[in-house]
Ligand binder design. Structure first.
Ligand code: CP
Length: 300
């Protein structure tokens, strides 16, 4: 594995190896495994979890990090440098590059000119493969398996890159039963629906959340992606459409879990945090160990 651009590139054996390595990182991470290695973090869009967990992962394994959290303003992109030229130069300074960029396809463009592994940390409405890895690890860790799962995705399924990547990943496992809850205008794209159907995934599309919550083993709530809407007025038409309240969470099956890639705005009320079903903060914590496992696999 050289670059991490599209989760579809991962075989089941790659996923299994990363999850086993993540188990090892959680149990006892080797503090000098990446000593002497440098990760360049280029973030052209805001991030809390992805950037800081990658940086923390590198430090915890004895490596170092260079980069900028506002690359559009604080790198030479502000002077008109192309992404390709920036990557050619940065790949001479670092052993791997993690990049978040507002344009779908940007990570693949970076990988095409990079001499070192490129990790896609979110390319517009494209993909977020390392989020899918940590999401899948959370399901495996918190429910015991990834096969035969009844999963409900909720919210902005048109613009959400985390649901795209996670759907691609979960479709690699047998017996996925997927319910998609969204307004019609924010439904999952036909390209990905066709892909999932070809893979034999059972798909149910609905605009009603309560019934889907009762049935699911995993509810994956998402934020309405404000930054992908043409105007505030368009965004406000959908904001607050699907809110998981404590009353709704209490209708879920025993052992069922609620996930969210975070950040949340208003789509899960704070009183759900203490529910037995809530797993979104554990999910963010696992992200650190999954990224340690990934960096060790790429660079170790
Ligand atoms: N889930 C996620 O990508 O969070 P950040 O935008 O904070 O990195």
């Amino acid at each position: 594995m050289k670059h991490v651009i599209d989760i579809r590139d991962f075989e089941l054996s790659d996923l299994d190896a990363i999850f086993k390595e993540t188990d090892r990182m959680l149990a006892d991470a080797p503090a000098d495994a990446l000593k002497g290695k440098i990760l360049a973090a280029l973030f052209y869009e805001p991030s809390t979890r992805t950037r800081l967990s990658f940086e923390s992962a590198m430090h915890r394994l004895g490596g170092a990090v260079v980069g900028t959290e506002n690359a559009g303003e604080f790198s030479s992109a502000a002077k008109g440098e192309t992404l390709e030229d920036s990557i050619r130069v940065v790949s001479a300074y670092a052993d791997a590059i993690v990049i978040r960029h507002p344009e779908a396809g940007s990570a693949a463009r970076a990988a095409a000119v990079s001499g070192v592994p490129v990790i896609n940390a979110g390319d517009g409405a494209g993909q977020h493969p390392t989020q899918a890895l940590l999401d899948a690890y959370t399901i495996y860790r918190e429910t015991g398996s990834l096969s035969g799962k009844k999963v409900t995705f909720v919210g902005d399924l048109k613009n959400g890159r985390t649901v795209r990547s996670l759907a691609y990943l979960l479709s690699k496992y047998e017996g996925l039963d997927l319910t998609l809850v969204s307004p019609k205008e924010l439904a999952m794209g036909t390209d990905i629906l066709d892909y999932l159907k070809e893979k034999g995934v059972k798909i149910t599309e609905t605009e009603e959340l309560p019934g889907a919550m009762k049935e699911a083993e995993v509810v994956y709530q998402t934020r309405i992606q404000k930054e992908r809407f043409p105007s505030e007025a368009e965004y406000l038409k959908f904001k607050g459409r699907y809110v998981i309240t404590r009353a709704l969470a209490d209708t879920m099956r025993e052992g069922a879990i609620i996930m969210h890639p975070l950040p949340r705005v208003d789509e899960i009320t704070p009183d759900v945090d203490s529910s037995d079903h809530a797993r979104y903060f554990e999910q963010a914590r696992y992200g650190l160990y999954v990224r340690m496992a990934l960096l060790r696999t790429l660079l170790g």
